[in-house]
Ligand binder design. Structure first.
Ligand code: SF4
Length: 358
């Protein structure tokens, strides 16, 4: 009755293992298996198959002084095999800004790599999978925001960080799933435009009721939109004993009403670990599968994860082979380029986020 995970990615091409000795490959395979902590889904043979890839990527990173950032929703072979920093979008945007390396490889979806370029315009930002989009960021354009501003002149516009650079350039401040309540409450005035996530916007409307009117755009995350409050209620009936429900704020209001804890992926991971340590191992996790895979790998106690995670097809576009290829010979579409004017206006937006969140 536990959580079911998506299939382990198969290597796309035969892997060249001639660059490393069999002892190096064996040592790397054992490191990978120990870090991923899912011995049935990631048996040692699978880890041996990908070990030459992770060894080669890590060697190239060192030789070329590349900082590799991966979002939590990437697959475990990327997260535990080659990433230097793994987290949610807020922490990663700071990591990209503060990294001393002049080249950043962002293993994630397009808008996150654009965000890294906005905060570090002098750095080279590589994005191995240019086709990896996001239903939220692709569901709104800069023109949509300009129309809203014409309709509601003078009203501050906050955008979820899951937006393109061009959309950020039109908005006053970005927010993430770890800071949207705090930042939106601090914005001046009694009205606020929030784009593009209608579920997070509804959560804001409830939280700020009586303080601010929140005008919400009609976008959604195709992953978190799948969950329903009814599914949570059904699982509560099936599980013997107490079960704690942890949900991401991109879920709909009826899911959030059923949840015991709402937070960004990083907060959900920390809460799951904490629950295990205080003897509450029954957890229903309502978010993308990568969060559950990190909890399995990083929790020091045994947890029972219930329900069914949902996979983001965009986040899972990137494989180790794409990262290796982008490190060896990046194609033009794998190097993030943004017009200076858009960078400058989007920088102001993100600087406001860092200022208001801290
Ligand atoms: S999980 Fe949702 S919000 Fe995140 S990248 Fe996928 S579609 Fe976008």
């Amino acid at each position: 009755m536990g959580l079911s995970f998506p299939a382990v990615p198969e290597p796309r091409n035969p892997v060249d293992s001639s660059l490393f000795s069999s002892a190096e490959i064996e040592e790397e395979a054992l490191r990978l298996q120990g870090a991923i902590q899912q011995h049935q889904r990631w048996p040692i043979e699978t880890c041996r198959n990908i070990a030459p890839l992770t060894l080669q990527i890590n060697r190239l990173k060192r030789e070329n002084d590349v900082f590799l950032i991966a979002h939590t929703y990437q697959t475990p072979d990327i997260i535990y095999g080659v990433a230097d920093e793994v987290s949610d979008s807020y922490t990663l945007s700071k990591a990209a800004r503060d990294a001393p390396q002049q080249t950043i490889l962002f293993s994630s979806v397009r808008f996150m790599a654009e965000t890294a370029k906005i905060v570090s315009p002098h750095k080279t930002v590589l994005h191995p999978s240019p086709q990896a989009g996001c239903s939220l960021s692709d569901g709104i354009t800069a023109e949509d925001v300009r129309k809203l501003k014409q309709q509601y002149p003078g009203v501050p516009v906050a955008c979820y960080i899951n937006t393109s650079a061009a959309v950020k350039a039109e908005c006053d401040v970005s927010v993430t799933s770890s800071n949207y309540l705090k930042i939106c409450e601090r914005l001046p005035g009694e009205r606020l435009i929030f784009v593009p996530d209608r579920f997070m916007g509804a959560h804001l409307q409830t939280s700020l009721a009586g303080k601010k009117e929140v005008i919400v755009f009609d976008g959604e995350c195709e992953v978190h939109a799948v969950f329903t409050g009814q599914k949570v209620r059904d699982w509560r009936k099936r599980v013997d004993g107490e079960m704690t429900v942890l949900a991401h704020p991109e879920c709909s209001a009826d899911v959030l009403e059923e949840a015991d804890f709402v937070g960004s992926s990083e907060k959900l991971i920390n809460e799951a670990k904490r629950l295990g340590e205080v003897g509450k191992p029954n957890i229903m996790l309502i978010t993308e599968c990568g969060t559950a895979e990190r909890i399995v790998a990083e929790s020091k106690t045994e947890l029972n994860l219930y329900g069914a995670c949902v996979m983001c097809r965009h986040m899972k576009e990137t494989q180790l082979e794409d990262i290796l290829q982008a490190l060896i010979a990046p194609r033009p579409d794998q190097i993030i380029e943004i017009e200076p004017d858009i960078i400058s206006r989007a920088q102001h937006n993100l600087a406001e986020m860092f200022r208001l969140a801290e």
